[in-house]
Design a protein around this ligand. Structure first.
Ligand code: DGT
Ligand code: CA
Ligand code: CA
Length: 381
């Protein structure tokens, strides 16, 4: 595109490189399938074919609390996340009901996120089981390459962790996330920029990011029931009802526009794990690893300019059970000695009660960071 202008009586021509020479932005969104429930199936393979429900028990009464995740067999019976456990038991009386083991899910999530990050130009963890990857340069702006990369990531995730995920590829975060949700479980949906319009036409308005039940209701009252209708609505009208920012966002999203960048976030945890030369049930033998691991972690915490408060030991048994034990310091720390002392204490306490436990791998994690001041990316292991 050429741009002509007249400045001070002289004509100059400025050449602007045409935008179609710029590389396509390609974003990948990955969402792990029925995450907590899938992890529980891995630990208890005999449960895999049966309905399985992972619960957050509130502790008030025996069954009070809500469903966190359900496998597909349980979903077929009508169980879903957020449902009170009592209802879930009525819908699926024969299902296995397990308490959520958040430290374990976080351990696995940490490993998986580190794996995903390695495939991206830029990486952003969105939740315990979701991430956005900017792969524009990696795939040289090609959707064909992006699809191949997605297949590779899915394969690697299965190879390393025996887990499945659903992947969406699109020109921005919004479309990538919607594409990931389009075919679940084990899905891979690519929506290239020219397919965005048709893709959005096929989706319900409630599938649009930012449109919850309440917004959908308010839009329906205005006669807006589809994404196409939302895209055609005057922005000013949307802004009147939903505020300037939200109104504009709804309008843009209905058109498939989303300029939100994939942003690298500071680490939320730092950890290191080692495989013992010999399996052991002796806390003193395992504790020889405390100092070197603590030194490594403390150095990484200093590099990243973060202070931690929580220290966790990770123990993997010879039967691949994962155990974690944590302690929280009275104040934020960056000290190697704080880490190794805490870990020796945790090891002693654990083996006092579990003298039969045969440890194969031992790790340390620090988390609960104080105001990270650096934007450095550090992933564990
Ligand atoms: P999906 O993605 O449809 O295959 O199923 P999930 O189970 O992966 O669901 P997702 O992606 O919405 O959430 C990821 C994890 O976050 C899930 O495994 C458990 C947890 N989670 C989700 N919804 C809730 C909830 O309502 N309450 C609690 N406590 N945890 C939840
Ligand atoms: Ca999920
Ligand atoms: Ca999710």
């Amino acid at each position: 595109m050429g741009l002509c202008g007249l400045v001070g009586g002289t004509i100059y021509i400025k050449i602007i490189i045409s935008s179609n020479l710029e590389m396509n932005r390609i974003i990948m969104h990955i969402d792990l399938d029925y995450f907590y429930a899938q992890l529980e199936e891995l630990r208890n393979p005999q449960l895999a074919q049966k309905p399985l429900v992972v619960c957050m028990y509130s502790g008030r009464t025996l069954d009070s609390g809500a469903v966190a995740s359900a496998n597909y067999a349980a979903r077929q019976l009508g169980v879903h996340a957020g449902m009170p456990i009592i209802y879930a038991k009525k819908k699926a009386p024969a299902a296995a009901f397990l308490p959520a083991d958040r430290p374990h899910y976080e351990d696995v999530s940490g490993r998986i996120m580190a794996l995903f990050a390695g495939f991206a130009d830029r990486f952003e963890q969105e939740s315990i089981d979701e991430a956005s990857l900017d792969v524009s340069a990696k795939c040289a702006g090609s959707y064909v390459e992006a699809k191949k990369l997605a297949e590779k990531i899915k394969w690697k995730l299965h190879e390393d962790e025996r887990l499945s995920c659903s992947v969406g590829v699109g020109p921005n975060k919004l479309i990538a996330k919607m594409a990931a949700g389009h075919r679940k479980p084990d899905g891979l949906v690519v929506v290239s920029s020219i397919e965005v319009k048709d893709f959005l036409r096929s989706k319900a308005i409630a599938d649009l990011h930012g449109v919850g039940e309440k917004t959908a209701g308010a839009l329906a009252q205005k006669g807006i029931k589809t994404i196409v209708q939302l895209a055609a609505a005057p922005v000013s009208e949307l802004q009147e009802s939903f505020g300037e920012k939200r109104g504009l966002l709804l309008h843009e999203h209905a058109l498939g526009i989303d300029n939100d960048p994939v942003e690298e976030k500071a680490a939320r945890q730092i950890s290191r794990i080692v495989t013992l030369r010999e399996n052991s049930s002796d806390p003193n033998a395992i504790a020889v690893h405390c100092s070197p691991l603590a030194a490594d972690i403390a150095r990484k915490a200093k590099d990243a300019n973060v202070l931690f408060r929580t220290i966790t030991i990770l123990l993997v048994s010879d039967r691949i059970e994962n155990i974690t034990r944590s302690t929280t310091l009275p104040g934020p720390s960056q000290s190697e000695v704080d880490i190794s002392d805490s870990c020796r204490g945790l090891l002693g306490e654990f083996f006092e009660k579990n003298s039969q436990f045969v440890c194969r791998r031992f790790g340390i994690r620090v988390s609960n960071f104080e105001e990270p001041k650096a934007q450095k990316r550090i992933f564990e292991y």
